[in-house]
Design a protein around this ligand. Structure first.
Ligand code: ADP
Ligand code: TRP
Length: 333
């Protein structure tokens, strides 16, 4: 059974794209593997959120992932800052992480450009903390999107270097479990590319937003004037609408609208109405769960406590061995 670790940045609300991307693969992985999923709250300090914003977004992301079906009985779900061993491993790994290589990381260069007044050391050593997250549980596989591959390559370098310096094969060299290419890309509503929270608020369908708002957004999704020739090629915005429908609607419904498109009898209003219904049918149980969980602080506290206990146990084992290997030996020596 593979040991899997993945970190979730506590930023923004989950949308349908996130669900069919990252979240769904977590749901699958937790059934088959030994999974550690954590909320990367230390990492978010690199951008200096206010304490209230940090606490709020951590709760939010926990609630939304649980509502989607991440299951504390199946996976270890914990908060990064509840496991102090990660800070120790980060410190030790930093001793063998070099300025040059850290400065060359694409995400660092981008962040430095975006926040020139706050190019802090945490930003520079972000990949070291990420490596510590992963190596702390000696994970072999890390489910991440394409944008994280360079960070994972650095994790392998740090693991290799540690093994080389201390003449051991203690750390495995984790590989990306890349779900990006095997999962559907969920298109957005504005007719351009994929659904994403950064585009604009009407492009993405959020799992926790008011369902009336969801319906409105879908009814306003960009469409063209309609086909004028039979079997005409679809423009991008119409392709997107059909793609979205094929993700949430029964196949015969999609086929019926395809047929209407090909016959030039399609009424986009009807199609969007049906799409909105099917999206809402899909989202509603998650939506309700989000709102119930938000009010159930006791349950959330219990989940975090139990996750912290399990994650610390695994972390402590690793850190004790790492201390031994690096020469911080127990007395008598
Ligand atoms: P956003 O693009 O909204 O900022 P993130 O970058 O936070 O989303 O995405 C987190 C994960 O969700 C990504 O690793 C990616 O796999 C998945 N994801 C995001 N948008 C989509 C989408 N439209 N379709 C499929 N997966 C997506
Ligand atoms: N850097 C990751 C992201 O931006 C989040 C993350 C932090 C992570 N630590 C990790 C992902 C460890 C996988 C493993 O999405």
């Amino acid at each position: 059974m593979d040991r899997i670790v993945s970190g979730i940045r506590p930023t923004g609300n989950l949308h349908l794209g996130n669900y069919f991307g990252a979240v769904k693969s977590f749901l699958r992985l937790q059934e088959e593997h030994d999974c550690f999923f954590f909320i990367a709250d230390y990492h978010s300090l690199t951008t200096h959120p206010s304490p209230d914003d940090l606490a709020g977004s951590v709760k939010n992301v926990l609630v939304e992932y649980l509502a989607c079906g991440l299951d504390p009985e199946k996976a270890v779900i914990y908060l990064q800052s509840d496991v102090p061993q990660v800070a120790e491993l980060y410190l030790l790994l930093n001793m063998n992480a070099y300025m040059g290589e850290l400065q060359r990381v694409a995400s660092f260069k981008e962040k430095a450009r975006k926040q020139p007044d706050n190019v802090n050391a945490g930003l520079l050593t972000y990949p070291v903390l990420m490596a510590a997250d992963i190596l702390l549980h000696k994970a072999g596989k890390v489910p991440v999107g394409k944008d994280q591959e360079q960070h994972l390559e650095m994790t392998r370098n740090f693991a290799k270097r540690f093994n080389h310096i201390y003449k051991t094969n203690f750390f495995p060299e984790p590989v990306a479990y890349n779900f990006g290419h095997q999962l559907v890309k969920v298109p957005g509503l504005d007719g351009t590319g994929k659904m994403g929270k950064s585009e604009n608020n009407n492009n993405a369908i959020f799992l926790g937003e008011d369902l009336k708002k969801t319906r409105k957004k879908i009814m306003r999704a960009l469409t063209d004037a309609g086909p004028t020739r039979e079997n005409q090629e679809k423009p991008q915005e119409i392709k997107n609408l059909f793609n979205l429908m094929s993700i949430v609607s029964p196949q015969p419904v999609v086929a019926a609208f395809e047929e209407q498109y090909n016959q030039c009898t399609i009424r986009y209003g009807e199609m969007k109405k049906r799409l909105a219904e099917d999206v809402i049918t899909f989202i509603e149980p998650i939506y309700e769960k989000i709102h119930t969980l938000h009010n159930n602080n006791q349950y959330l506290e219990d989940v975090m406590k139990e996750g912290a206990r399990k994650a610390r146990e695994s972390a402590q084992q690793t850190i004790e061995e790492v201390r031994e290997i690096t020469g911080f030996k127990k007395f008598p020596r």
